[in-house]
Write a protein that binds this ligand. Structure first.
Ligand SMILES: NC(=O)C1=CN([C@@H]2O[C@H](COP(=O)(O)OP(=O)(O)OC[C@H]3O[C@@H](n4cnc5c(N)ncnc54)[C@H](OP(=O)(O)O)[C@@H]3O)[C@@H](O)[C@H]2O)C=CC1
Ligand SMILES: CC(C)=CCC[C@@H](C)[C@H]1CC=C2C3=C(CC[C@@]21C)[C@@]1(C)CC[C@H](O)C(C)(C)[C@@H]1CC3
Length: 347
């Protein structure tokens, strides 16, 4: 299956990515295949006696190594951008201040041959590492207490769904801000390789040392909250992605739109007519569902929800400024017709 994205590169969904230049094709299997392959290898390893649960006691040194790796990696990327750039330069990472540019990243899509580092790192090592750490924590809990708790199952299940979905819908990342706008520097490399696996697994880490009693009625309510969040998140992202790829696709052709001077249109009905960032709303509702199994006695499991709210509010503000610059009056019209940013009638 092939689809032409508005970004000028071609995607054979799930198999390879061909960037703008002719003959430049990445074929390294889909992200979802990478997840399944990892699951198979880990299962075989565990059956052969690999003590995966021991990972639970090595998180701090591993996080240190991941941070160091991200630092060295981004230093090499910075030098590569100076000596042998292979892609366009990022708008934000070329100020001339070496520290600032090292952090934000000079190149937009650094590559070696056809291998795109940002596209690879954004999805695979961090997300797959995150679910592996969660699994190790679940196995450790089983070793310590005889079986994993319901709360641990929920956290593992919800986050596996999120990661599996991201890798299944891998192509959708091509229209996100990180890929289209941000450079690949220390901030993103650290975020992808260290921050995501070690802090996004905080709820499972908390549950290992603070077991929580969770009954089925409360667990059902939490599952419902996660399902609502996932429905909004996936619905909004798919709607925008489908529309950006092909505005006449029958699934989005009936939606109301605002024309812009650039020739592109803005959706003003469907999910994108409810608030200006419905995908953030869904993501935040899921973040709440991931913390609730940990009870309400500690703040630590809510760290992700708090950090994520700050990240998305800042990101939303950044995106609004970029869209205003890109679309001018049409964006003002959109803001007038859809006045709320993330949460209807609140924000
Ligand atoms: N778990 C995590 O840690 C994180 C998750 N995320 C998630 O990643 C996903 C992507 O987020 P992000 O890249 O920030 O932003 P979006 O996917 O929301 O992309 C914003 C872009 O969408 C386009 N757009 C905005 N409004 C409209 C409209 N009405 N109609 C059509 N197009 C519109 C504009 O680009 P253009 O017009 O140029 O197409 C805009 O720049 C989100 O679901 C977010 O929740 C993000 C950060 C961290
Ligand atoms: C503190 C710090 C250094 C933050 C850097 C931010 C990064 C951790 C995030 C920026 C955008 C991200 C996205 C995802 C993970 C977190 C980072 C890298 C994402 C891959 C998670 C899964 C989603 O389904 C997604 C594919 C939409 C998402 C894309 C953005």
């Amino acid at each position: 299956m092939r689809s032409q994205t508005s970004l000028g590169f071609e995607v054979c969904v799930g198999v390879c990515v061909r960037w703008g230049r002719p003959g430049l094709t990445v074929c390294c299997g889909s992200g979802f295949q990478a997840l399944v392959l990892t699951a198979l290898l880990v299962t075989l390893g565990v059956l052969a006696g690999l003590p995966l649960e021991e990972l639970a006691e090595m998180l701090l040194p591993l996080a240190f190594v991941a941070t160091l790796t991200a630092f060295i990696f981004s230093l090499l990327l910075y030098l590569k951008a100076l000596l042998a750039p292979t892609s366009a330069l990022a708008p934000g990472g070329n100020s001339g201040n070496p520290i600032y540019d090292f952090i934000l990243g000079r190149e937009l899509n650094p590559r070696i041959g056809s291998f795109d580092f940002k596209y690879f790192c954004e999805l695979r090592p961090g997300l797959i590492g995150w679910v592996l750490i969660n699994l190790a924590l679940l196995m450790k809990e089983a070793e310590l207490r005889g079986s994993p708790s319901l709360a641990m199952w929920l956290v593992n299940g919800f986050q596996l769904l999120y990661v599996g979905d991201a890798l299944w819908q891998e192509e959708a990342i091509l229209t996100t801000m990180d890929i289209t706008h941000d450079g690949f520097g220390f901030m993103l490399a650290f975020g992808d390789l260290a921050w995501v696996p070690f802090t996004y697994s905080l709820q499972a880490q908390f549950l290992l040392y603070h077991p929580q009693p969770l009954g089925w009625p409360m667990a059902s309510v939490i599952c419902l909250i996660n399902a609502v969040g996932f429905y909004i998140f996936r619905g909004a992202n798919t709607q925008k992605n489908t529309f950006r790829k092909n505005p006449s696709d029958p699934r989005v052709a009936d939606l109301e739109t605002i024309p812009t001077a650039t020739g592109r249109q803005l959706l003003v009905s469907g999910w994108w007519g409810m608030v200006r960032h419905p995908n953030y709303l869904g993501d935040l509702i899921m973040a709440l569902a991931w913390s609730l199994p940990c009870g309400t006695s500690h703040l630590l499991p809510y760290f992700y929800l708090l950090y994520f709210t700050a990240l998305l509010v800042h990101r939303e503000d950044r995106d609004e400024r970029q869209c205003l610059q890109k679309y001018g009056l049409a964006w003002r019209d959109y803001c007038r017709r859809v006045p709320y940013r993330i949460v209807p009638y609140i924000y």
